[in-house]
Design a protein around this ligand. Structure first.
Ligand code: AHR
Length: 498
């Protein structure tokens, strides 16, 4: 009942794009306010950035961070968030029915991004606004000087342009919950014209068109097809969003949800390529999976009619061991599509369905899902290998028969590191794994870590922040180019061979 892999450095799927390890900061709940930004917090610097959170973000290792939304961006005036703080207006945030004080805005975010060592991925408002405001924003961020908006930036203390490369043309505009929802035709035309004009301001930018809010939308795939009919020649990426949760006690299906992620990615690739063929386009679009995570949306029902409060706790899921294993599985799916998925952002970074939780004025700690992300971000480098995998199957109520083993491997020629990332989806049995590595030179097990627990519901809390963390794996053997290891039930496993 074991599983096996054949790996060879010559079987290459794609380079690992470092942007696959992205995250997301939205003006929502306590992600910004009392999350990354809290003037007066004991660890805050002069500009109000929380030092404890910054340290955890650096350890987590995201490469790119999307900002400022999310649904929030569809009603946002970016001008409210720049200039002297005392002059900035407080506004109603219609997306989350919250009070937006605008004490944190574009330049604060850029300061934070610099301190965190991440690339910004900026979204423009195509809900309530359009071509002009997007161009104004781009002129403010990227134009060197001697124009109204670039000089305005300089007068706000940012002498050099921010040079933001990556731009999202709106957010989830197919969704009825979106302020400024549009039909695919309306959005496609607006996105094409906005992208065209933005490229006139700065031809070096990269653009992301909005795909469906999730694959369950009734317009899924036809939305992508219509939007891309309008935007194919202008954009570089099409976005995907997906959130998963465990329904009832069906942990077996939950552990298999990456199968749905795989189908979703494959469907968007097929749709984009179909449009590309119809338009006689040579270029292949790439995918930006710029929102993904476990999110217990069932618990969110009832939190939707919010009153106008500042930084009220919202969707602060406290993740379990099984959630972390599933997050590891999504990272595996993303890596296994690295030939087409170039960008991925776990949503979100702090407090909102996040790997990091904080107390206002108090502590910050790592959730269980922090670990698979940080390990993959640190170790998945070089190239993703095409793996030949053989695994027993198990039955799930939602996805039929699914392989018990879910795995991927990366090989970094520069360091000689071969990394295997593997999930055992069985909640009851250890899964024996053998890997044929004879195509590589001599290797040794340099690192072996396991995230698993007898209690699948165990979580980290402020009082027990280290209840769940990866432990050193045992029993991995390499003999004559063959690796053998046992993967514990419901586990996320990382093996670095060097
Ligand atoms: O990440 C939370 C919300 O989920 C985002 O604002 C929105 O884009 C998505 O529906």
């Amino acid at each position: 009942n074991g599983s096996s892999l054949v790996l060879d450095p010559r079987f290459v799927l794609a380079e690992v794009d470092r942007r696959l390890f992205g995250s997301f900061v939205e003006h929502m709940g306590r992600c910004v306010y009392t999350g990354i930004f809290e003037p007066g917090h004991p660890t805050a610097d002069d500009s109000g950035l929380r030092g404890d959170v910054l340290e955890l973000v650096r350890e987590l290792g995201p490469t790119v961070v999307r900002y400022p939304g999310g649904n929030f961006v569809s009603g946002y005036r970016w001008e409210d968030g720049v200039g002297p703080v005392e002059d900035r207006p407080a506004r109603l945030d219609l997306a989350w029915r919250a009070l937006e004080p605008n004490t944190f805005g574009l330049n604060e975010f850029m300061h934070w991004a610099h301190a965190a060592g991440v690339e910004p991925m900026m979204a423009v408002n195509l809900g309530t606004r359009g071509v002009q405001e997007a161009c104004d924003l781009l002129e403010y961020t990227n134009h060197p000087g001697d124009t109204y908006f670039s000089d305005l930036r300089r007068s706000h203390g940012a002498k050099d342009p921010h040079g933001i490369k990556l731009w999202c043309l709106g957010n989830e505009l197919d969704g009825p919950w979106q302020v400024g929802q549009k039909t695919a035709h309306e959005y496609g035309r607006l996105a094409a014209e906005t992208g065209k004009a933005m490229r006139l301001v700065d031809p070096s930018i990269e653009l992301v068109a909005v795909g469906s809010s999730n694959s369950g939308m009734s317009t899924f795939a036809s939305w992508e097809a219509t939007v891309l009919e309008h935007t194919y020649g202008v954009v570089d990426y099409i976005s995907l969003h997906a959130y998963y949760e465990q329904h009832g006690d069906d942990v077996d299906s939950f552990l298999a949800t990456a199968t749905d992620m795989d189908m979703f990615i494959d469907a968007v690739i097929a749709t984009a390529d179909h449009v590309g063929a119809r338009l006689r386009q040579r270029k292949k679009l790439r995918l930006a999976f710029d929102e993904w995570n476990v999110w217990y949306q069932e618990r969110f029902v009832g939190q939707t009619n919010l009153d106008w409060r500042y930084a009220q706790p919202l969707i602060e899921d406290n993740y379990t061991v099984v959630d972390a294993v599933v997050v590891g599985s999504y990272l595996i799916s993303l890596l296994n599509h690295a030939d087409r998925v170039a960008i991925a952002c776990q949503a979100q970074l702090v407090n909102i369905i996040a790997p990091i939780l904080t107390e206002p004025g108090g502590r910050a700690w790592r959730q269980t899902i922090f670990y698979p992300f940080t390990q993959a971000a640190r170790l998945a480098r070089g190239r993703v290998l095409r793996t030949l995998a053989d695994s027993p199957l198990y039955a799930t109520a939602r996805f039929g028969e699914v392989p018990v083993l879910h795995s991927t491997a990366t090989y970094d020629e520069d360091t000689g590191d071969l990394c295997v990332f593997a999930v055992n989806r069985s909640t009851t049995e250890t899964l024996p794994l053998t890997a044929d590595l004879r195509g590589f030179g001599p290797l040794q097990v340099a690192e072996h870590s396991v995230l698993a627990d007898d209690d699948l519901q165990a979580r980290n809390t402020a009082d027990h922040p280290d209840r769940v963390s990866p432990r050193r794996g045992e029993g991995a053997r390499l003999d004559g180019g063959r690796l053998t290891v046992g993967l514990p039930p419901a586990s996320w496993n990382v093996l670095r061979l060097a």
